[in-house]
Design a protein around this ligand. Sequence first.
Ligand code: UD1
Length: 408
Amino acid sequence: MNFENAKNKLKEYAQEHILDYYDELNDSQKEALLKQIDETDFSVTSKVINGKAEDKRGVITPIKAMTLTEINASKEHFKSLGLEAIRAGKVSAVLLAGGMGTRLGSDNPKGMYDIGITKPVYIFQRIIRNLLDVVDEAGVWIHLFIMTSDKNHEATTSFFKEQNYFTYNPDYIHFFKQDMAPAATYEGKVYMEAKDKIATSPNGNGGWFSSMQNAGIVDIIHKENIEWINVFAVDNVLQRIADPCFIGATIDQKCTVGAKVVRKADPDEKVGVMCLEDGRPSIVEYYEQTEELRNTKDENGDPAYNFGVILNYLFHEPELEEICNNELPLHIVEKKIPYMNENGEFIKPESPNGYKFETLILDMIHMLDTCLPFEVERNKEFAPIKNKTGVDSIESARKLLKENGIEL
Ligand SMILES: CC(=O)N[C@H]1[C@@H](OP(=O)(O)OP(=O)(O)OC[C@H]2O[C@@H](n3ccc(=O)[nH]c3=O)[C@H](O)[C@@H]2O)O[C@H](CO)[C@@H](O)[C@@H]1O
């Protein structure tokens, strides 16, 4: 992209200030900035209307989940269906590791965090170990696709190499990068990180499938005749990945998606909740749950929206291709955005100073026709690490790992 084209593109979105320092840059900086302007989707900034994204939610009603009791009654059947699919090479996994580990106060990718006490136990290591349990049981390797971002790709890939892929077969590990989105002020003006660099951040975990397409990963899926993709978060060190019982239940129920859910610990727990939206399966993310939704009770006096997603979904791949051109809703999130001020100084703000733009994986559920909310025991499958201490922290995860007999 040349200077004139860049100027025109920025004008369209009222972001011309990005080129304010262009004349001061050397040739390689100029080139880098023009490339970034070319690759960045600025249209997101025009979606800020009075500081908010348009809210187009339908009518929310409760959904029924397959409960532990129901699952236990058919466990062996589900398990054998799932193992059959795995052994036929129809199942793959996607690790979402494009987010930053900022809440842990580390600049490294979250998966590199060492949660060990007497020996190093990295988050990535726990995840691979969990997947290896199924590989050992099924007797076949499972393709694992790992989503990174511009900010952590190098660090993640070198770490896996250095750790010898935690004994996983490297032929079955494939990395791909997710796309980035600009960060902006409350007025929708894109922040600069430096004179030659726009402030960008990973564009939310909703971009995982389109990023897989852009990176050519979907070609591997086709070539290998993979039908199911188990997508999961980097931060839950206890989750079962490519869980045969979960896979079998989703196949048995003829659903396009399966979503692992837990009963919420309390109405304010920071998990998205499963529901029906205009009669179709859907999820309301925690920061968008109203007081009313959190406190509604069903006819038995139990919370009506009690099934929280743990971010472990099983997608039937062909339907993802059908919906991939549909636009996912944009979520506008207030965040602390490091930026360069008008004096050219780099500032790391103490409190939120603008918006990041994200699409979320949970919005894909509403686009697909059928979803099986599949209950799992929270003490056996949900140990998310979001914070250093307190709720959903390294401390709480260590406690749960110990309870499950895992040495740290
Ligand atoms: C949007 C989403 O799914 N939120 C879920 C997430 O909340 P949570 O608040 O943890 O969601 P985050 O967006 O922080 O991260 C979720 C996962 O997505 C990855 N990531 C995130 C952003 C990005 O641009 N790229 C990327 O790969 C992260 O590395 C992480 O593995 O986990 C909770 C369970 O613990 C669920 O109840 C929430 O519904």
